[in-house]
Design a protein around this ligand. Structure first.
Ligand SMILES: NC(=O)c1ccc[n+]([C@@H]2O[C@H](COP(=O)([O-])OP(=O)(O)OC[C@H]3O[C@@H](n4cnc5c(N)ncnc54)[C@H](O)[C@@H]3O)[C@@H](O)[C@H]2O)c1
Length: 356
């Protein structure tokens, strides 16, 4: 098997690559990434990209067709990966997450690829507190990020046929350690706050619902999707576990049981957070019983505590740090190395200075 993974140099990608490398040492893994977060390493030791056979630095918006030669499966992780990024870079979000994906899928089909896996999100449900949403429920995307996922799923569907399987995995909110950790994810943020300052500050009133999934369990689901034989040519499925639908305040309390002495502050004056959803994961359980998520909330918190401690993390101002995807892209743009469209600038300021 030859697998092409776009967006492999982010938070999920290195964990997926580890999983596939360990489970299928004979597979050829190819990475394709802009490298925005290349320097944002959070694990000592081996550079994660040493685990792929080939790493290409390229933009999915101008997908290089030649990379698809002989490829059996494409995993499309590349994205501007959350609501704040979608707000700050709306055009680029739609270009990368939506149009880039549809174009890549069409090219993959043309090239004879057999399986295409798209990383979608439960955020497509938007506001859904009155009962768990299933794949048959109406979607309610409230942000550019969520719209990019809905529109991609819609336009991927007609491309699927018996020779070209498409799987849209609607992931719950990720948590857990990675070689390129993100702290702009709710549980990761709470553990970081608890460790750095003994404080968890909840930005909402604590009531919104969020289903959670550990990043290693995301990788297991992708592993299943690459090779699945059930579910039909086009499959869209929620990925998580029914008993891991939590209210945000419950997450904070769980962190406080593992890291004692933590003060939890709730913003009682917060505007109601519209992004609140409970999700049913029954379909995934039926289709992939051996791949249902395994790592539970308390294990995820302990792992984050130990992982952050191992890298000497103690930054009280981590919400302003390079662990937050938006801060990195804003910083690179400010330095002039990225354009407003998030393309690498052709004239890099450093090179200009050196040649002056
Ligand atoms: N982390 C979560 O909670 C979560 C939940 C649901 C779905 N997802 C989806 O899973 C995928 C991976 O998420 P993540 O947490 O690893 O995000 P991330 O931001 O850490 O990684 C995204 C990667 O995509 C790359 N990328 C961005 N634009 C690109 C372009 N034009 N060309 C090539 N590469 C580009 C970035 O450099 C980065 O390495 C995303 O599609 C995301 O929407 C994530």
């Amino acid at each position: 098997m030859r697998i092409l993974i776009t967006g492999n140099m982010g938070y999920v990608g290195p964990i997926l690559v580890r999983r596939l490398r360990d489970s299928y040492p004979e597979w050829e893994l190819i990475g394709l990434d802009m490298g925005y977060f290349g320097n944002c390493l959070s694990s000592p030791g081996v550079l994660p990209e040493c685990r792929v056979q080939r790493q290409h630095f390229a933009d999915v918006r101008i997908f290089p067709a030649e990379l698809l030669a002989g490829v059996d499966a494409v995993v499309y992780l590349a994205a501007l990966s959350n609501d704040p990024l979608g707000h700050a870079f709306e055009d680029a979000t739609l270009a990368v997450n939506y149009r880039g994906c549809i174009r890549a899928a069409k090219m993959a089909k043309e090239a004879g690829v057999r399986s295409f896996v798209f990383a979608s999100s439960c955020s497509v449900y938007g506001c859904a507190e009155d009962g768990a949403r299933t794949e048959e429920s109406a979607v309610n995307p409230l942000t550019a990020y969520a719209k990019s996922k809905v529109w991609t799923e819609r336009d991927l569907a007609p491309l699927a046929d018996e020779d070209f399987n498409i799987t849209c995995l609607r992931f719950a909110t990720a948590c857990g350690m990675s070689d390129r950790l993100r702290l702009d994810l709710v549980l990761n943020d709470f553990v970081a706050g608890a460790l750095a300052s003994n404080k968890i500050s909840i930005l909402s009133d604590g009531t919104p619902w969020r289903p959670l999934i550990h990043v290693k369990d995301m990788a297991r689901a992708i592993d299943w999707a690459i090779q699945r034989e059930t579910g039909g040519a086009f499959l869209m499925v929620n990925v998580g576990r029914d008993d891991w639908n939590y209210q945000v305040k419950d997450l904070a309390e769980a962190v406080a049981t593992i890291i004692p002495g933590v003060d939890i502050s709730i913003n009682k004056h917060a505007q109601p957070d519209n992004r609140s959803y409970r999700v049913s994961f029954e379909k995934f359980k039926q289709l992939a019983p051996s791949f249902t998520p395994q790592i539970d909330l308390l294990a995820a918190i302990r792992e984050l505590r130990d992982g952050l401690t191992a890298i000497g993390f103690h930054d009280e101002n981590f919400r302003q740090s390079e662990f937050i995807r938006l801060n990195i892209l804003m910083g690179l743009k400010k330095q002039g190395v990225l354009t407003d469209d998030l393309e690498w600038a052709t004239e890099l300021p450093l090179l200009k200075a050196a040649s002056a």
